[in-house]
Design a protein around this ligand. Structure first.
Ligand code: ADP
Ligand code: TRP
Length: 311
């Protein structure tokens, strides 16, 4: 059976870009694979230094995973920090790739351009992500388009290691659905937790409405492009055409219709989410960590032997 894995950072509330770019594709695929779903808390530490907030975000992200329909019996749900082999392997990869190579990372450059601190963790981020994937011999990684290069970096880390120390790691492939590759945020840029332009997936209806009303519209056009693009995730383009024609020039009406359509998709999941307790989250993570550790420690023993630190 082929292996599938994806991960999300617990750096804030998940948004509809995370849902359509990564979570929904995972949910649609995971039954046909041996699947793992990761909470990448050490990645989140590159931007979030508030322990209380991090703890809360971790619990919330796992609740989100369960609410969108991931069954912890059919997917290993775990957090990165519970399996120290991830950071260990990342270090080894960091010794194999060069600084100029990492400097080409779009995600790093974009984040620094947006004013995030250029800490060394943020810079080395792709090698920790490579470790997340390569430790488990993953075949397929469902992600949004912004992560394409990171998966290439993971392949490069695998190739470098294999070339240097002998065949050890499988080269993974990304799975990017072109229709939802980059969900725009309220400002028309890529929606991202770190850019403050999100529509929360599990916000209250009021929070969702507030975000939708703030979507930037271009007054020169007849149809509000950003509103339409987000709307097309929730409704067939055929139906939308008529709606936007009827609402021509009336952006508020189109935004109100969008709020209702988001609500129709999210409400049943939100209801499910409310029934999930913090204790259930702890149990899911503990069981997931145990399974992941077993696999990771086997792989790392092989790695330690190959690089020559086991005497
Ligand atoms: P964020 O940028 O909000 O911090 P993450 O980096 O944690 O989100 O991304 C988690 C997953 O969600 C990744 O697979 C990423 O590609 C996907 N994703 C994030 N933002 C978007 C977006 N605007 N459109 C499509 N996919 C996205
Ligand atoms: N870098 C990814 C993001 O920002 C999150 C991530 C970390 C990830 N490790 C992963 C995604 C492994 C897929 C597989 O979206």
């Amino acid at each position: 059976m082929q292996r599938l894995l994806t991960g999300l950072q617990p750096s804030g509330a998940l948004h509809i870009g995370n849902y359509f770019g990564a979570l929904k594709p995972f949910v649609d695929l995971y039954g046909d694979y041996e699947s793992s779903l990761l909470v990448v808390d050490y990645h989140a530490l590159t931007t979030l230094k508030n322990p209380e907030e991090l703890r809360q975000n971790i619990v919330n992200v796992v609740k989100d995973y369960l609410a969108v329909g991931v069954d912890p019996k059919r997917a290993t749900i775990f957090k990165q920090s519970d399996v120290p082999e991830h950071t260990e392997l990342a270090w080894i990869f960091e010794t194999l790739v060069t600084v100029p190579f990492l400097m080409q990372a779009h995600a790093y450059k974009d984040k620094v351009a947006k004013g995030l601190e250029a800490n060394a963790g943020l810079f080395n981020y792709p090698m920790l992500m490579a470790a997340d994937i390569l430790l488990y011999d993953i075949d397929v990684v469902p992600v949004g388009a912004d992560q394409r290069q990171h998966i290439e970096y993971a392949r490069e880390a695998a190739a470098k290691f294999n070339e240097t120390f002998g065949e050890t790691f499988k080269e993974p492939k990304e799975r990017i659905l072109e229709s939802v590759a980059t969900v725009p945020g309220t400002d028309g840029q890529k929606m991202s937790k770190s850019y403050g332009n999100t529509i929360p997936l599990f916000g209250t209806k009021d929070e969702i409405a507030k975000a939708v009303m703030s979507i930037v519209t271009d007054s020169s056009g007849e149809s509000p492009e950003h509103v339409y693009n987000i709307h097309s995730l929730f409704k067939e383009r055929g139906e939308l055409g008529a709606l936007y024609k009827a609402n021509k020039g009336n952006y508020k009406a189109s935004k109100e219709a969008l709020v209702e359509d988001i609500e129709a998709t999210v409400a049943p999941m939100r209801e499910r989410r409310e029934s999930i307790s913090d204790d259930e989250v702890r149990t899911v993570l503990a069981e997931g960590a145990e399974k992941a550790r077993e696999r990771a420690s086997k792989k790392m023993t092989e790695v330690r032997k190959k690089i020559g630190v086991m005497i």
